[in-house]
Design a protein around this ligand. Structure first.
Ligand code: HPA
Length: 268
């Protein structure tokens, strides 16, 4: 429970859970580590198949609060069941976190967005299977959870205030969670823009759904690693979108996102 202790360990329960997705990896170094637990040590826990992704929980202090962070997440496109994808977030919620902070790399659908922009997620459109399909465990949450405020408005306001003070131009918009792993076709880009998306990526929405199911408030950020125009590529003959480009853009914007999240945790 928030303010309680981790069962059996005598340590304070973490107040905040953080998914160190693209753009937040470096935040791990800012945590005063109390302990770590490799996913490989947990029976039946999913492990990322993407090269270079480590998989472990980090428990420690950040911005004066006890936090638990997921260094490495798994994606639906890796072939895991949707229940496996959300298992680490479920575990953090069961440890008693009151707030979940998530980040992702995303393609910009909104024409105003530029590579390197950070977007506070105000809402999402989930096109990845819903992790709540199947028997409901009433100890975790209700059968039909409300999704009227998936991302906490007060935390978004706080993020804007912190970003302003830090000189970071924080965008805001709707995140589309799609399965991937192929990037979008030009027609799909126009479609996703048309249905209200501002950014699109391949993670996050299932994690947010289970966090809301368990009554945990959520703050989410997308790092815009590339912009999507919806124009057929042959009109430009330009370079193709690669994973390397996405990673590189994410790494460049990482210090700004880490500074933002660190101060938001401190002030919330
Ligand atoms: N599409 C989907 N997922 C992504 C993208 C994109 O353009 N960029 C980073 N993740």
């Amino acid at each position: 429970m928030p303010g309680g202790t981790v069962e059996g360990g005598g340590l304070p329960a973490p107040e905040v859970g953080i998914v160190l997705g693209s753009g937040l990896g470096a935040l791990a170094a800012a945590i005063e580590v109390v302990g770590t637990l490799d996913y490989s040590e947990i029976p039946d826990f999913p492990r990322s198949t993407v090269a270079g992704h480590r998989g472990r929980f980090i428990y420690g202090r950040l911005g004066g609060k006890y936090v638990i962070a997921m260094e490495g997440r798994v994606h639906y496109y890796e072939g895991y069941s949707i229940q496996d994808v959300v298992l680490p977030v479920r575990a953090m919620c069961c440890l008693g976190i009151g707030t979940l902070i998530v980040s992702n790399a995303a393609g910009g659908l909104c024409p105003l967005f530029e590579v390197g922009d950070i977007m506070a997620i105000e809402d999402h459109i989930n096109l990845i299977p819903n992790p709540l399909v199947g028997a409901n465990d009433p100890e975790l949450g209700v059968r039909f959870p409300d999704m009227g405020e998936p991302y906490d408005r007060k935390l978004i306001s706080l993020a804007h205030a912190v970003a302003l003070a830090q000189g970071t131009n924080l965008r805001q918009g709707v995140y589309v969670g799609s399965t991937g792993p192929s990037y979008e076709t030009p027609a799909e880009v126009r479609y996703f823009r048309g249905i209200g998306g501002d950014a699109i990526g391949m993670s996050t929405t299932p994690e947010v759904i289970v966090a809301r199911h368990q009554g945990v408030r959520v703050l989410g950020f997308s790092l815009i690693t590339n912009t999507l125009t919806g124009e057929p590529a042959q009109l430009f003959g330009g370079p193709k979108l690669t994973h390397a480009e996405v990673i590189e853009a994410g790494d460049r914007a990482m210090p700004r996102l880490c500074a933002l999240v660190r101060e938001v945790v401190e002030k919330m």
